[in-house]
Design a protein around this ligand. Structure first.
Ligand SMILES: C[S@@+](CC[C@H](N)C(=O)[O-])C[C@H]1O[C@@H](n2cnc3c(N)ncnc32)[C@H](O)[C@@H]1O
Length: 249
C-alpha cells in the first residue's frame, strides 16, 4: 500500500476508535491533575504527548510562550504554572479554545493564559515575540483529496506537511533572539529526514530532548497500526520525540 494511503488508514482508525469510545471521560487525570475534555477536542487522556516531558522545556525562564493547536491546553497551563507570565494558546478548533480556557480557570492561571481561534499564527498580535513556541501537530501525511476538512481530519492529517512547514517558518520569525521552537512529533512510517529538511528551510537547527520508542507508545496509537507495519522494519525505526529547534548562534 502507498505510504500516504497507509497513514490515512492509521489516522482514520485512531479517529474512529476514539469517537466510538463510550468510556471517553469528560474529566481525566494526567500528571497528578484533573483536566476537562470537551467533545471534538484531541484527547491527551487517550494519547499523551509532549506534556509528559514538559520539565525539559525551560518555562520558568520564559516571559512569553505560544502553544499552537492547544487542544485541551495542558501545555499552556503547565507553562503558566511554571511561572511564564504570558501564554498565548491558538487553535483552529473553537472547542479547543474553550477547552483551553476551562483548564486555565480550573488551575487558576486564566490571568496568564489567553486562547484564540487561529489558523496557525493568523491571530498573533502584531509585533509580539515569544521565548518558546510549542506544537503537538497533526502527525500524518495523507492525500489531500481524501480529506473532508472536518476538525478531526485537521487534527490528524497534514498533507505533504504543508502546515508543519508554515509552522516552522512562521515560528522562526516570531522568536525572541534566544527563543526556541519545541515540537512533539513522529516522522511516521519512514520519513526520518523530514524534520531536518523542514528545519533547514526555516533556518533552524534541531536537538532531540526526549525519544519515546514504539514499545512505550500508548496502546490506543499502537492498536491503530496495521500488522504490516508492526511486523516490519519500519516499526523498529519509528518513534516519537520532543525536539528543540533554534536559530544557530
Ligand atoms: C494532535 S492535536 C494536539 C492537541 C494538544 N496540543 C495536545 O497535545 O493534546 C493537534 C491540534 O492542532 C490543531 N490544529 C490543526 N491545524 C491547525 C491550524 N492550521 N492552526 C491551528 N491549530 C491547528 C488541532 O485543532 C488540534 O487541536
Amino acid at each position: 500500500m502507498d505510504t500516504r494511503e497507509l497513514e490515512l488508514r492509521i489516522g482514520q482508525t485512531i479517529i474512529d476508535g476514539y469517537r466510538t469510545d463510550t468510556g471517553r471521560p469528560a474529566v481525566f487525570e494526567l500528571l497528578g491533575r484533573q483536566w476537562d475534555l470537551l467533545d471534538d477536542v484531541w484527547p491527551p487522556a487517550y494519547s499523551p504527548g509532549g506534556e509528559l516531558h514538559a520539565e525539559l522545556i525551560p518555562f520558568p525562564a520564559m516571559t512569553s510562550f505560544l502553544e499552537m493547536g492547544s487542544g485541551t491546553g495542558i501545555m499552556s497551563v503547565l507553562a503558566a504554572l511554571a511561572g511564564c507570565p504570558r501564554v498565548l494558546a491558538l487553535d483552529l478548533n473553537p472547542a479547543a479554545v474553550d477547552n483551553t480556557m476551562r483548564n486555565a480557570r480550573r488551575h487558576g492561571v486564566d490571568d496568564r493564559v489567553e486562547a484564540r481561534v487561529s489558523d496557525l499564527y493568523a491571530a498573533v498580535p502584531p509585533g509580539e515575540r515569544f521565548d518558546g513556541i510549542y506544537w503537538n501537530p497533526p502527525f500524518l501525511d495523507a492525500p489531500a483529496e481524501r480529506l473532508d476538512g472536518s476538525l478531526w481530519h485537521e487534527t490528524m492529517f497534514d498533507p505533504e506537511y504543508a502546515k508543519l512547514r508554515r509552522f516552522l517558518v512562521g515560528g522562526a520569525g516570531l522568536l525572541t533572539p534566544a527563543g526556541r521552537v519545541y515540537l512533539w512529533f513522529g516522522e511516521a512510517l519512514g520519513n526520518p529526514a523530514l524534520i531536518d529538511e523542514l528545519a533547514a528551510v526555516a533556518g533552524l537547527t534541531v536537538r532531540e530532548l526526549h525519544r519515546m520508542t514504539m514499545t512505550e507508545v500508548p496502546s490506543a496509537l499502537a492498536r491503530a497500526l496495521p500488522p504490516e507495519v508492526t511486523t516490519g522494519d519500519q516499526y523498529e525505526q519509528w518513534h516519537l520525540h520532543l525536539l528543540e529547534l533554534g536559530v544557530p548562534a
